[in-house]
Design a protein around this ligand. Structure first.
Ligand code: IPM
Ligand code: MN
Length: 375
């Protein structure tokens, strides 16, 4: 029997409830497919931060780096200023582990209601590959008051580092600025990953940018896209401005197979994608470093107002768990979890409120675990 050790960070808000259901379902898949999991809990999040002032320690990160995959609930708490936990834990982990792919399937499962009239599971089945370490997420910027000032901004990544020494002079009362940055290495690797994925699917790759306005950063993205495209003559491609993309996601989702996007636009369009596939309660994601430590999580947040109520939909997290074990090589078990989710949805008896039902979080987990076992 294969024995896996999987670190789990339940996190904040509804995180512990949904992650418990995900663990339950993976354990059930293990019984059926001949593996077992030793869960190693890491209690980082708002409570730990409020008690100790620590977000996540360098020691914890280097320990976590020994594992191929981490299971994450959700991060964010109203007791802490917005962004502190998200940047200090979630983005810190994505950057530390160099998880340069954020893989977000947009797939309408059988039996799920979509707000898009006349579209079926056949029409809504694509994958967004979101760049996950660069762009406006590098987190460098500042504020300057009227007059003359200086600033030194630095980005440090495993792949490279970059420094910006700024001499600022303004007669505005105050300015705020944020630098978005992409690198040749960082852009090339995510676009290559997306082309490889398209090769395995329907051989169509769509790129997202805003090169008509932010031409320095996204003109560069386009150039890199074209360079990689030359190595994949059998994959058809198109370029899309992000604003138009939000329209196409709703109007013609069937056009898409794989979509590759810079980080910030990827953040925005995958919330829309989640809604197209039936809601945030159903949308999983993986932060992937193909040669290192990956991290799987639902794409929704910590929904603090539902904390501890056994109310929210655990399907996004359970599906993210399927992506996690697929990454570990348990392909059959992963597919059986997705089928079990579909069965629960199609049966229609056990549903949380967001899908029109009255069942609790744990009822949905129990039902999916049961379907995995007797599939
Ligand atoms: C997501 C989230 C995060 C992001 C936040 C919580 C930092 O919205 O995973 O999409 O912006 O990437
Ligand atoms: Mn988001």
């Amino acid at each position: 029997m294969t024995h896996y050790k999987i670190p789990v960070i339940p996190g904040d808000g509804i995180g512990p409830e949904i992650i418990a259901e995900g663990q339950k379902v993976i354990d059930a898949a293990g019984e059926k497919f001949g593996f077992d999991v030793e869960w190693i809990e890491y209690l980082y999040g708002a409570d730990h931060y409020l008690e100790t002032g620590e977000l996540i320690s360098e020691d914890a990160l280097s320990e976590l780096a020994k594992y191929p995959a981490i299971y994450l609930g959700s991060i964010g708490d109203p007791r802490v200023a917005p962004g502190v936990l998200e940047k200090g834990i979630l983005l810190t982990a994505r950057f530390y582990f160099d998880q340069y792919i954020n893989l977000r399937p947009i797939k309408l499962l059988e039996g799920v209601w979509t707000p898009i009239k006349d579209k079926t599971p056949e029409d809504i089945d694509f994958v967004v590959v979101r760049e996950n370490t660069e762009d406006f997420y590098v987190g460098i910027g500042g504020r300057a008051k009227k007059g003359i000032s200086k600033d030194l901004l630095e980005v440090s990544r495993i792949l490279y580092s970059a420094k910006f020494g700024l001499d600022i002079e303004t007669d505005s009362e105050e300015i705020g600025y944020q630098i978005g940055m992409i690198s040749k290495e960082g852009t090339d690797r995510v676009i290559r990953y997306a082309f490889d994925l398209a090769e395995k699917r329907k051989k169509h790759l769509s790129s997202v940018d805003k090169a008509n306005v932010l031409s320095d950063i996204y003109g560069f993205w386009r150039e890199e896209f074209e360079a990689v495209a030359a190595d994949h003559p059998n994959v058809t491609t198109d370029f899309n401005y992000v604003d138009a993309m939000t329209m196409w996601f709703v109007k013609n989702p069937e056009w898409f197979d794989v979509v590759v996007t810079p980080n910030m636009f990827g953040d925005i369009i995958t919330d829309l994608g989640a809604m197209v596939q039936g809601g945030l309660g159903l949308a999983p994601g993986g932060n992937i470093n193909p040669d290192g430590t990956s991290m799987f999580e639902p794409i929704h947040g910590s929904a603090p107002k539902y904390k501890g109520m056994n109310k929210v939909n655990p399907i996004a997290t359970i599906w993210a768990g399927a992506m996690l074990i697929e990454q570990l090589g348990e392909t059959k078990a992963a597919a059986s979890i997705v089928s079990a989710i579909e069965k629960t949805i199609l049966d229609g008896k056990v549903r949380t409120y967001d899908m029109g039902g009255t069942s609790g979080t744990s009822d949905v987990g129990d039902d999916i675990a049961k379907n995995v076992k007797c599939d």
